[in-house]
Structures are given as C-alpha cells and as structure tokens.
Design a protein around this ligand. Sequence first.
Ligand code: HEM
Length: 460
Amino acid sequence: MTSQQATVRPWPLGLPLLQAIRRDPFGFVAQLRARHGDTVKLKVLSTDIYYLFRPEAARQVLVNHQDDFVKDQRVLEIMQSVHGANVITTEGAAWERQRRILAPAFAPKRIAACAALMAAAADECAGRELPAQTGASTVVDVEGLTTRITMDVILRALFSYRYGLEEAATVSGAIRALSRQLMRELFWPLRPAAWLPYPGRTEKARSLAVIHDLIRARIEARRRDMANGADAGEDILGLMLAARDEQAEAPHAALSDAEVLNNCVGLFGAGHDTSATALTWWVGLMAAHPEIAAQVRDEVRGLPDDHAAAARDIAEARLLNATIKEAMRLYPPSVATFSRRALRNVEIDGHTIVKGVLVIVPIWNLHRDERWFPEPDAFRPERFLPGAPALPRNAFMPFGVGPHFCLGQQFAMVEMALIAARLIRRHDFSLDHGTDLPAPMVDLVLKPRERLQVRFTRLA
Ligand code: HEM
C-alpha cells in the first residue's frame, strides 16, 4: 500500500515552527496527519523533516533499513552534554561495543535476581509514606512516590546502594532540572558553545555535579573494596567492572573508567525516570477507572504475597500487565527518542528519503491511531489481553524496536508490574476531583503538566 504524502511549507523561518511544536506537540502533529495523511514532509529552512504515521513505515526505518539511518548527531551531542558518551548517546562501533558489554546485565536471570529488591523497595516506600491503618487515607503526589520507589530500585540494582531521603529529594530535583534544560536545548535552533553563558548553564552544571557526585562516590567505594580484596560484586556496576568484550582486543575489551561512569549516569536516568512516569500514569488511570482497578486487585491478591516468588508469578497477572501496557499506549513515557537521520538516499513506504533528512516517528500519534485502536483515547486494557484482535507490528512500541530498542525493557516490565502489584494490593486509589487526569507534557519523558494527586486509602 502506498500512503499519501504532502509537503508542508507554511513556515519560512524555523523558529515559529519550533515554537508551535513546543507549545502543543501532540496537537500540532495530529493536525499534520489529519490534514496531510500518513507521510508528511515539513520544510524548515533548508532541512526536510518527515513524519511517518504508519507502523509499517516506522518499521522500515527502525528495523529493515537500520543501517541506512542513525540517531541525530545534534540530539546525541545535547544528550552527551549530560550523559557523556555511553550506550544511549553513541552510534556505530562505540555504541555496539557498549551494548554488547552491558547486555548480560539485563539477561532474564539477572532480572529475576532483582525482583525481590524491586518488591522490597515498593513495600518500604509504601510503609514510610502511605497509611497503615485500614480505612485511613492520604492524598499523594504520585510522581514523587513512584520516583522515590524506582530510584531506590535502580540504585540498589546498579550499586547495591540505599539512598537517604534528603539525598533522594536533591537527586530528583537535579534530574528534573536537567530534563527541563535538555528539552530547552533541543528546541534551540543553534547550539551555543559550552563556554558561552547560555540560559540555564549554571543550574545545568550544578545539577550535573549532584548526579556525578552520587555516582562517582559509588564507583570509588567499589574500587576501594576491590583493592582490599573484595570481588566486583553481583550488581550492574560489578558486572560492568568485570565485563570483557570477547570481540575487542585489550585494552578495549574492558569499559574505560569514563565509560563506566557515563553508563552508570545513563542507566540511572533512563532506568528510573521512565518507569516512574509509566507508573504515575498507571496509578492515575486506575484511580479514574475503579471498576478495572478492583479486578486488577482481585487478580493480584490471588498471587503469593511474598517477595521471593515475585518474578515467577508476576508475568501471570495478565490483567495487571495489560493495564500497564494500556497506560504506556496512552502515555508512552519515552516520547522524544524516535528520530533518525538518513545516511543515504533510501526508499521508505514508497517515498525517497534523501540523505541527511530527519525522520520522526510520532509515537504518541501511532499509539492513538483509531485504525488499530478503536476509541483511541479510551482506557481499554482488554486490547492487550489474550484473544484481542492482533495489532499491526509496531503499532505499539513504547520500548522502541530495532537495534536500539530499550536495553531495560524486561527489567522495566517486571519492575513496574511488581511495584504496581504491591501498591494496588493494599490500597484503593481515587481522584478527589472528577475523573480527568492532568494534560501531559514532554519533559524528556512524558510527565503530567500539573501534579497528579491521588487519594490512597488503606484496605484490609
Ligand atoms: C517504562 C520504562 C521504559 C521505557 C518506556 C523505555 C523506553 C526506551 C526507548 C523508547 C528507548 C529508545 C529506543 C530508540 O532510540 O530507538 C530506550 C533506550 C534505552 N533504555 Fe529504556 N525504557 C524504559 C526503562 C528502562 C530501564 C529500566 C533501563 C535500564 C535499567 C533502560 C535502559 C535503556 C538503555 C540503556 C537504552 C539505550 C539502548 C540503545 O541505544 O542501545 N530503559 N528505552
């Protein structure tokens, strides 16, 4: 099938276009598709940008023609100003080598070994922050709660480290400040030199120092322990320090000190902010749909209430997992990562994409396409239950697809299901005002624009 294509040129200068996208990214892109069809070419100054709305076209770019496209260099450079060069911010041989070295840390048996700590992090945070007496209730800032839980999980999984509460608050403040700054820089038409006093530079440096101090201290402590005869350890840092790339020759077989630091920074950020975001929307959706929440609770209460059994059983909770997928369909946490630049002329979905052109796969719009998702804005977890009509490949892809697909996908699915199960088992969620959730905004990940406040009531 050949899709329609339209070239849109209403913006002679790039800036008003960037401002229009920034003001209302989803509305802007939805209008493009409504007016111009499945393939839309925007001309901004001398640059062409393609928006691809068909899952098949997305697949051609991300999978079939993966060697003909790379992540955009400008985006990688902006990300590198925070992460350094790591598996998330590099391409080509440097990326491939780091991905090979890190992959064993996310093997199923490693994830199963993390399950108990994931459930424990949820229970400990709930024990500290949520009411303990049957019938008691409290209104919770959901994003704060889910962030503290997933940050606890990732710090335990990476470093076997337990944060202090004050430290957690400082670190999440720094993460939010860095995300805001990265978003800002992504929308600047030009990148200022690092030494220029550009807006946000001082706060960026301060926030970066908070994250680096936390992570450097963990790495240095581990190296000290190893110098005193301890082994590298079983957590992700331990695996990183001990890992050797079979395909590389010494000294490139091991990760360098800088690579260890940069990958810890990357895994720390990518590994908790995304899952916290997905869980935040999930809690909101459960509060807005109490009848579905009650069915999920019944399902979860049928599972053993013990941490050790966690990983084995949680995949069996079909409805719970379907609600998490449906939450990520409606609110895909990682909305800003689906762009690629063509390395050469290439035929995609019947159109010639010329070398150098930027291609965007608008995941929000793909996930809300009424052709595959009837009543696309409605929360219908049954779309992901066994027996539901099959979806076209890549109509749903919150974790991406192709060589760069999310390295932490399985980790995140187990983690989110375990945390969600621990929270819903003992609490009812409700919204004090109406059933509408806050509007979303792209803050690197997809955050609620206003605080999502949900009442948690303790159940027997
Ligand atoms: C709900 C949770 C998560 C979502 C929705 C998510 C989504 C994504 C997406 C969309 C990508 C990029 C795909 C692309 O550019 O084509 C990605 C990459 C990545 N994610 Fe996740 N992620 C999640 C959790 C995690 C976790 C828990 C970890 C690690 C602990 C992680 C580690 C990574 C890494 C290392 C990459 C880079 C992969 C590469 O370029 O080779 N993610 N993720």
